[in-house]
Ligand binder design. Structure first.
Ligand code: XIL
Length: 449
């Protein structure tokens, strides 16, 4: 210790310690979505990309959601790009991450017409070869994660919009019986996983969802193992089907679970506060419909941040479809989800919807540090603000600027100065302070009120 206290070694050490530490944004009174969902017995999930599960992305995925779905990592084209040569790295990584964070995993997807390896789609197969390929694929992949996955989207997108069967590799080669066969193979490979059939544009009552309904009814009547129906729910702002809850209920009444498996609600870019408010109402409507039906297992969003959404590349000019913006700030949609799950959404004080506070340590030395809090609004505004947090390790604010700060015990409360109470939509305000610390200087979550 003594040698570190003098001369150059100390200066060098301090330089190393002065790093920029940033806490993920937090919102006023909302506990994490996964806690709210758990209290209601519901799943709140997100699709994830394995390579991104570090830093802020990993922090949010782990803290806010109780279920993960690999966005692409478990698709046939990902796991067996060359026949007989397998790549499980990303799928394994996601399953391991989920287990480390006490999360479920939803397997996605086994039998589909899309994102198959070219050796499979370009091959010429007899019915019996195709049948064998499908059975072997299911046995291998489901078997690999046996006992570890909560559910599988066994068959994906089997129907056309008019309710006829989609003419896929599987349907063309094996007839509609491929669906029952796939479900039976999946049950054999993992008796504990809930087996789903999943599709899009089946959220409301329509020709496609009615075909799916009739299929599930007949599979149940034949004793085929089917546990659930997945409604993808790739929706458009302002267009949540009015029959969503009724549709969920009719499937539930067949004796299967229902899950919203891929929720996103896209808008024409650029986003603005009107569209974001409508989107929040739409997210809330979907959540409410699921909460209202006991057999609705929960809702998974198809990517939790706009920076990890498939929408902009698939629907040019559309985007901003998820609950967090590209910078991981929760959008009004996030707070709407929290409210539908029983959260207070800001609890009593002036609404902070659309605004978040991010805490950072911008420099740190042996006994002191400089902190900075940035309050940003996107889809909301503030005319005055108060940022509050609790220090976890005895830190003490010694001096603040661009805010009036008081500290009582560990509790710090900072209010706007006379000149910076207004935070416009799309704008931000930053204030700073110096503080003392010893031992450790953990980052607190800031509540905005
Ligand atoms: C999407 C992924 O999110 C994209 O990254 C990929 O390029 C294409 O597929 N229905 C599904 C999902 O069942 O698997 C799709 O995921 C989105 C539509």
């Amino acid at each position: 210790m003594r040698s570190l206290r003098s001369g150059l070694p100390l200066a060098a050490l301090v330089t190393c310690l002065v790093t920029l530490l940033t806490a993920p944004p937090a919102h006023a009174a909302d506990p994490p979505l996964r806690d709210l969902a758990a209290a209601k017995g519901k799943v709140i999930g997100t699709a994830v990309t394995g390579s991104k599960l570090t830093g802020t992305y990993g922090d949010i995925a782990g803290a806010q959601f109780n279920s993960l779905t690999p966005g692409n990592a478990m698709k046939w084209g990902s796991v067996e790009p060359t026949r007989g040569s397998f790549n499980w790295a990303e799928a394994d990584q996601i399953v391991n991450f989920a287990e480390a964070h006490g999360q479920q995993v939803r397997g996605h997807t086994l039998v589909w017409h899309s994102q198959n390896p070219s050796w499979l789609t370009n091959g010429t197969w007899t019915a019996s070869q195709l049948s064998q390929l499908m059975n072997d694929h299911i046995a291998l992949e489901v078997g690999r994660y046996k006992g570890r996955l909560a559910a599988w989207d066994v068959v994906n997108e089997a129907f056309n919009e008019d309710g006829t069967y989609r003419p896929t590799l599987w349907y063309n080669g094996l007839g509609s019986g491929y669906i029952a066969q796939a479900l039976t193979a999946a049950r054999a490979a993992d008796p504990a996983a809930k087996l789903y059939i999943n599709d899009y544009n089946v959220e409301g009552v329509n020709a496609k969802s009615t075909a799916l309904y009739n299929l599930v009814k007949s599979l149940k009547a034949q004793g085929v193992p089917i546990d659930g129906v997945g409604l993808q729910a790739h929706l458009i702002v302002g267009q949540v089907p009015s029959t969503l809850q009724q549709n969920i209920q009719r499937f539930a009444d067949l004796g299967v679970d229902v899950a919203v498996t891929e929720l996103d609600i896209r808008m024409t870019l650029p986003s603005d506060s009107t569209k974001l408010a409508q989107q929040a109402a739409d997210y809330k409507a979907v959540m409410n419909a699921c909460v209202a039906v006991t057999r609705c297992a929960g809702v998974t969003v198809w990517g939790f941040t706009d920076s990890d959404s498939w929408i902009p590349s698939t629907f040019p000019g559309q985007g901003a479809a998820t609950p967090y913006d590209e910078n991981y700030a929760p959008k009004p949609a996030y707070h709407a989800i929290a409210e539908a799950l029983g959260g207070s959404g800001g609890g009593g004080g002036p609404s902070t919807d659309g605004c978040t506070a991010a805490y950072a340590v911008t420099s740190q030395w042996n006994t002191g540090f400089t902190g900075q809090v940035t309050i940003s609004c996107s889809g909301g505004t503030l005319s005055s603000w108060r940022a509050a947090w609790t220090f976890g390790a005895g830190q003490q604010v010694t001096q603040a600027w661009n805010a009036t700060c008081t500290q009582s015990g560990a509790a710090v409360s900072c209010s706007n100065a006379s000149y910076n109470g207004t935070v416009p939509d799309g704008g931000s305000v930053t204030f700073g302070f110096n503080g003392s610390w010893s031992g450790s200087n953990p980052l607190p979550a800031v509540e905005l009120g």
